[in-house]
Design a protein around this ligand. Structure first.
Ligand code: CA
Length: 220
């Protein structure tokens, strides 16, 4: 899953990127409202963390513009303390959740998990597909209770497929959701990750849909 962080304060932006990465996501960071708005409009994120007090274009305006253009993905806003008006304005502008600064990284991660889960229509932090279970809290996967050892890339591929189980996911879509923007992407590597995952998973769980992509088979 790929997350956009829009935060102008350099230390906080770096802490957010580090914390979110360590939870198994890939992260892009924008440091002002104009860049943030552009990236949110043009790159396929799974959720966005948006500061309200931003240079060049404030967070409420950024959010309103995204929503006006039909962008539906989950947005969590960061507000300053004692600014209830900001929270109201943010929620009215289309925010799905908010956190007041300062906050604990664990709370931010829990709220992000919940937003991504709800966006995919999943009720639990544990995603299940046949014998396979993915615990989004611990970023671990298991088959029939036996833990799988996955590289970070394998985990990201599997997590994206688990959030979209039963759907056909193209190689290009997977590539866009497992790499950050500045990464030198090669969609052929997705095939390599899929091949490695198949060796660790029950046979037939990851189907190839010829010419279209992959699908997690719920009936396996
Ligand atoms: Ca700020």
């Amino acid at each position: 899953m790929r997350i956009l962080v829009v935060e102008d304060e350099p230390t906080l932006a770096a802490q957010l990127a580090e914390g979110i990465k360590s939870a198994g996501y890939v992260v892009d960071v924008a440091h002002n409202g104009i860049d943030g708005h552009f990236m949110g409009e043009t790159e396929p994120y799974d959720a966005i963390v948006l500061d309200i007090g931003l240079p060049q274009m404030d967070g409420i305006t950024v959010l309103k513009k995204w929503r006006a253009s039909g962008q539906t993905l989950p947005v969590l806003i960061l507000t300053a303390r004692d600014t209830w008006r900001e929270k109201v304005a943010g929620i009215d502008a289309g925010a799905d959740d908010y956190l007041t600064k300062p906050f604990h990284m664990e709370e931010l991660l829990a709220r992000l998990r919940a937003l991504i889960r709800r966006a995919g229509g999943h009720a639990s932090t544990e995603l299940v597909c046949g014998a396979l279970t993915l615990d989004t809290r611990s970023s671990r996967a298991s088959v029939d209770g036996a833990a799988l050892t996955l590289t970070s890339h394998e985990y990201r591929v599997l997590a994206y497929l688990m959030h979209h189980q039963g759907e056909i996911v193209s190689r290009g879509e997977l590539t866009e959701h497992i790499y950050a923007q500045d990464f030198d992407r090669d969609s052929n590597t997705v095939e390599v990750f899929i091949a490695r995952l198949r060796k660790k998973l029950p046979p037939g769980l990851i189907e190839t849909v010829r010419g279209l992509g992959y699908r997690l088979n719920r009936t396996q």
